[in-house]
Ligand binder design. Structure first.
Ligand code: 5GP
Length: 185
């Protein structure tokens, strides 16, 4: 694995290295193991919050070894680096993949918690057997509403991050590590 550069620039902003590719990989392996211990050999449905969680979800699914379906959901609430506070459902889950199934709900970040607060009732209305909410990142200091998170990859400060599937206005998703906004510029 290559050494990450000191800082990167995306549009007009600079970001500094925050979580290395190795740390992420190790933590995702642990989360996968925990998931398989909790859900055993059940056929689950991975519900993946697009777009930010798609790389995490692919790695987590393989780390868990759990079989089953995958289902993609898309909401929107962010513009630039600030949450807009309103949540719109752009791509809804397929009801047949949710009803009577154990769901692993995969999120990239729980920040204000508003996305999960809006989405969880929609998912529950579809009649899953259980929901296990896994988020790669959690910003507890930014959280405005309660969210029943089952597994957290990393608890992080309230600063905007990119990489490993997360973007800043369309840039940075391909980065294998996670970078944090550098406000000293
Ligand atoms: P919440 O509704 O909890 O405030 O925010 C959830 C969504 O906002 C996440 O799924 C993610 O898409 C986006 N988000 C929150 N914080 C960040 C961040 O630091 N970086 C990026 N790229 N997206 C974020």
């Amino acid at each position: 694995m290559s050494t990450p550069p000191a800082t990167i620039r995306l549009h007009e902003l600079r970001f500094r290295p925050f979580l290395t590719e190795e740390r992420i990989k190790q933590r995702v392996e642990e989360l996968g193991k925990t998931l398989s211990e909790r859900l055993g050999n059940e056929e689950v449905t991975f519900v993946v919050m697009l777009k930010g969680a798609y790389i995490f979800a692919a790695d987590l699914m393989r780390a868990s070894g759990l079989g089953g379906e995958v289902c993609f959901v898309r909401t929107s609430s962010y513009s630039g680096t600030e949450s807009a506070g309103r949540v719109n459902l752009i791509l809804a889950p397929e009801p047949d993949l949710i009803r009577d199934r154990d769901i692993v709900l995969v999120e990239d970040i729980v920040d204000s918690g508003l996305t999960m607060q809006a989405f969880l009732p929609i998912l529950e209305d579809l009649g899953p057997r259980s929901i296990t909410l896994v988020t790669l990142l959690h910003k507890p200091e930014a959280q405005r509403v309660d969210v029943p998170i089952d597994l957290v990859g990393f608890t992080i400060p309230t600063k905007f991050v990119v990489g490993y599937g997360l973007d800043y206005d369309g840039l940075g998703r391909q980065l294998p590590a996670i970078y944090q906004l550098d406000e000293s510029y």
